[in-house]
Every structure is written in C-alpha cells, then in structure tokens.
Design a protein around this ligand. Sequence first.
Ligand code: AMP
Length: 212
Amino acid sequence: MKPQLILLGAPGSGKGTQAARLVAELDYNHLSTGDLLRKEIKSESELGKKVQGIMDAGKLVDDDTVLELLNANCDLGSNVYIFDGFPRNGEQAKALDSVVLKDAKSKAVYFEIDLDMLAARLTNRRTCSGCGEIYNLLSKAPSKEGVCDKCGGELTQRKDDNEETVKTRLQVFKETIDPVLAHYEATGRLARIDASQDPESVFGALKAVTEA
Ligand code: AMP
C-alpha cells in the first residue's frame, strides 16, 4: 500500500506540478487546500468571502477553517492522497495526524530549494483555466501566448502571484516551516528532495519515496 504523501515546500517549489504527475501515473488523489479555498472564492460561498482578503494578502487562513475544509474533502478509507499546502504550521501538522490520518501510513517530502529563486518563478507562473496545466513564462512558456498547449484553454495568473503578495507568502513560509519539518523528522517520516533539479529528476526522487 502506497503511503499518504504530504508535500512540503515553499510556494513555487514545484509541488503542484509534481502532484499532477503523481495523480496521472501513480493513482494518487490531489488535495490542495489552496485549490479548495480558491474554489470557495469562485463559488462566492460564505467561506469564500471570509478568506478572500486573507489569501489576497498572502497570509494564512485560520487553522480550524482549513482543517474542516480538508476533512470534508477527503475519504481515507479507500483513497491515497497527496496533501499539498497542508500542513502550514506545527499545529496543522499535529491536527493532520490526529484528525485526518490517524493510523494511516504516511510520509512527508520536503522540496528543498533556494527561496531567492522562487519570486521570479511565481510571478511568471500561469495556469490553464481548462485543464490546470502549469506553465512558466521563463522556463516552460506555451507555444502561443496565453493559450494552453494541451487543451487550448486560456492561461490565467493567480491573483496572489504578484510581486508584493509573493514577498509576503515567502516570508510567511520562512517563519512557519521549521516546526513542520521538526514534526515529521521526530516521527521518522521526513524525506528531503532537491527541488532545484529538472522536473523529471524530482519526479524520480518522489517516486522512490513512495516505494521505500
Ligand atoms: P497555495 O495554493 O498552497 O499557495 O495557497 C494559497 C493561499 O491559500 C495561501 O497563501 C493561504 O492564504 C491559503 N492557504 C492554503 N493552504 C492553507 C493552509 N493549510 N493554512 C492556511 N492557509 C492556507
């Protein structure tokens, strides 16, 4: 049985890109708390209205709200998940174990990368509004500007991928990641991979973690 996989890493470290491949090739289900929250904003739900300003500013939404949303969207009985964007602090790491994972086998993978590389990656990130394919205007540009190579969908920029919000998001990451890493290290579940490698090599390293 494959482990439930917890992807840890700064915004822009490549978690989303790799998660898409794990879903396509290894039958994982992708659970991104950022995606779940953006869905709430798009549907103009009460929850969406509550979190919009916080997300636009690049700050963290409160733990209870995100945990509840996560729990409502996962069924560990019959699925293997990639947790992407959760946990974001020590409290969330503890809650993920006690409320969601319980006795399920799990591993955490830290995408190690020099944070100074990430601001440019994030401001140049574009996502297909049709199929979700992720592009980067510097390293993986679409052949036709603004159009997805895969499905012809429109490429959009996330609202929080602007220079100022990116700065806050990276700062928040720096201030909150250490207790999360310590939690998984202390429980013998932490693997570290070099996320500055090409995506193929990162995927190879990730696959090895799921098989170990
Ligand atoms: P992401 O898509 O993971 O980069 O998340 C985008 C934004 O959603 C973050 O900047 C936070 O405002 C919010 N968010 C996502 N996941 C969490 C979480 N686990 N805890 C708190 N806020 C979160």
